[in-house]
Design a protein around this ligand. Structure first.
Ligand SMILES: Nc1ncnc2c1ncn2[C@@H]1O[C@H](COP(=O)(O)OP(=O)(O)OP(=O)(O)O)[C@@H](O)[C@H]1O
Length: 554
């Protein structure tokens, strides 16, 4: 069952609460309980404070306030205010701690899920935007909206209950006018959530365009198209600004509407109290005390509901991002118990491809593949360009699954294997190694998670004929030629062989950019590192075929 079908059975977001956020993150329930406790403390403080003020003022007006009585009420008032401030500050720190925990959990879940999933053409700009800005925008949801939601339930109910014991008529007026706020809030919320979703999509598109533009800038400049693309980007940002402003306009208008509804409601209570003070049943010191108590409490009943609306707007983008996030964390949504993945052989295994068929969306499927890669030997794949050699490699590394057929490592079907363990037992040299800013040594070290001695890195660099390890390179690849970049990839593979002793090596065009002499030296290094391992090389070069034990084509 996919995330989408789960969603259709069980609406993930109801009344502004995204239950999936609670399912995937630890400690959130504890946070809700703490928020409820703090909410109860805040409510008690509000009521006690209101009662003290009412007693002090009514006593002073009637001239019946004793020193002892006023000291007592002042102490209660000061205590209530101090406790309310402490509760707010504890709530704030708990919210920050919970929000960072949630963001950390969601980021790791999304990253783990992305690592497990096959490449599905996801754009790196969009992914980065989702993992950084998308998750970050959930901050308001956890630190403001959730605690406010707790207060919005606790405070009005308690205030109305207490008010009813003091003055039933005012409590009835509040009960009748209070629903105006959530009704307005829900109506506005429904309108904004669709807009926030659209806004989130526009943000993702902008991130995508921006990364594409930056990555392709040298090419665009070379063809004299940079200015035109800059124009496109400028138009997109202007559009984005307009959308943001119109969303903000809705947020401000909604705050105004809720404020207005609350003010009118409080005014109705005030008028009703005023009329009864002059003509009716609320007279004398007790009447004044109750009237003041009710008047001080009434705004407090409306305030938390109003604030929910405000904080909902602040979290709308985060909630829109959450939808996409949960589409990314697909696997956990299946609801099926995870089967323990099978262990993969430690020694050099035979690899079998059995009637495997691969397809990319919108493309004709690649031809069905069947082959046997012998254990402990070098096999070179010489199928023509575009035949699917890199696709097969990506499947062998567990980044892609065949539409039909299977891949076997020893006796183990890769579909049921422990992929982390399997990847740990392979060393891979891709066609275009990804580089990061830093020295060549830094780049080579990436091949192994643990610290390795400098001598080991230098040895790998020398064997791969890679440039001086202290030389700097940039993530864009400037500072090295295509051939040098390929040899950095090869040095990574050699370092992995030395450090982890993997039984399987996979190399995609290891000598594509090399002159004959360098190629011969590089191949010598590959042959030495290949001993006793199952090695798969994609290449059309005769020199590579010469070191292979077997040649496979299709
Ligand atoms: N991400 C992708 N999206 C769509 N089509 C793809 C994608 N990656 C590869 N293809 C297509 O799949 C086919 C096989 O590509 P692949 O890179 O596996 O071939 P190859 O044999 O390794 O080629 P080469 O020898 O040129 O490296 C090609 O037609 C390619 O255009």
């Amino acid at each position: 069952m996919t995330a989408t079908s789960t969603n259709s059975l069980e609406p993930p977001r109801t009344r502004g609460i995204d239950r999936r956020l609670f399912r995937y993150t630890r400690g959130t329930r504890r946070y809700i309980v703490l928020s409820a406790v703090l909410g109860a403390v805040t409510t008690a403080c509000i009521i006690a404070g209101a009662w003290s003020i009412a007693t002090l003022v009514s006593g002073a007006v009637a001239g019946e306030l004793t020193l002892e009585g006023s000291m007592r009420e002042m102490a209660v008032l000061a205590g209530a205010m101090a406790l309310r401030a402490i509760a707010a500050s504890v709530q704030d720190s708990a919210a920050q701690a919970s929000a960072s925990g949630v963001k950390r959990d969601l980021r790791s879940a999304a990253l783990a899920s992305l690592a497990r999933q096959p490449e599905d053409g996801r754009h790196s700009g969009e992914t980065a935007n989702l993992l950084v800005r998308g998750i970050e925008s959930l901050d308001s949801y956890f630190s403001r909206y959730i605690p406010q939601l707790v207060l919005a339930v606790l405070v009005p109910l308690s205030v109305i209950a207490v008010m009813a014991t003091a003055d039933v008529t005012s409590a009835v007026v509040v009960v009748l006018t209070l629903p105006l706020i959530p009704v307005f809030g829900i109506l506005i919320g429904l309108y904004t959530s669709a807009r926030a979703e659209k806004q989130w999509k526009v943000t993702a598109l902008l991130a995508r365009r921006f990364t594409d533009l930056v990555a392709g800038l040298p090419t665009l400049k070379a063809f004299g198209r940079a200015e035109r693309q800059t124009e496109h980007l400028r138009a997109s940002t202007v559009d984005y600004r307009k959308r943001t402003m119109s969303l903000l306009k809705v947020a401000f208008m909604s705050a105004l509407a809720l404020e207005l509804a609350a003010s009118i409601s409080v005014a109705i209570v005030a008028v009703e109290i005023g009329v009864r003070l002059v003509h009716g049943d609320l007279s004398g010191m007790v009447g004044l005390q109750i009237a003041l108590f009710v008047l001080i409490l009434a705004p407090e009943a409306y305030l938390p509901l109003r604030q929910v609306g405000v904080h909902y707007h602040a979290s709308a983008e985060g909630l829109a991002a959450a939808d996409e996030l949960f589409a990314t964390i697909k696997e956990e949504d299946t609801g099926e118990p995870a089967r323990a993945p099978a262990a993969v052989a430690r020694s050099a295994p035979m690899i079998q491809v059995r009637r495997a068929r691969f397809a990319y969306p919108g493309r004709e499927p690649l031809p069905e593949l069947s082959m046997t890669i012998p254990a402990g030997a070098i096999t070179v794949l010489t199928a023509p360009s575009g035949a699917g050699k890199s696709t097969l490699f990506s499947a062998l590394l567990g980044f892609r699954t065949p539409q039909s057929g299977s891949l076997l490592v020893g006796e183990q079907d890769l579909a049921e294997a422990d992929l982390d363990q399997w990847r740990h037992r392979t060393a891979w040299m891709p066609q275009k190694p990804v580089l990061v800013d830093g020295t060549i040594a830094d780049n080579v070290r990436l091949a192994v998670a643990d610290e390795v001695p400098d001598s080991m890195v230098e040895e790998a660099v020398a064997a791969a004929q890679a440039p001086d390890p202290s030389r700097s390179v940039s993530a864009s690849g400037s500072g090295v030629s295509a051939g040098e970049a390929a040899r950095i990839g090869l040095a990574r593979l050699f370092l992995r062989v030395k450090a982890l002793n993997p039984p399987v090596l996979i190399l995609d065009e290891p000598t594509a950019h090399l002159d004959r002499d360098t190629e011969a030296r590089v191949l010598d290094g590959i042959r030495r590192h290949a001993e006793g391992r199952t090695v798969l090389i994609a290449s059309h070069r005769p020199a590579v075929a010469a070191i292979a034990d077997r040649e496979v084509t299709w």
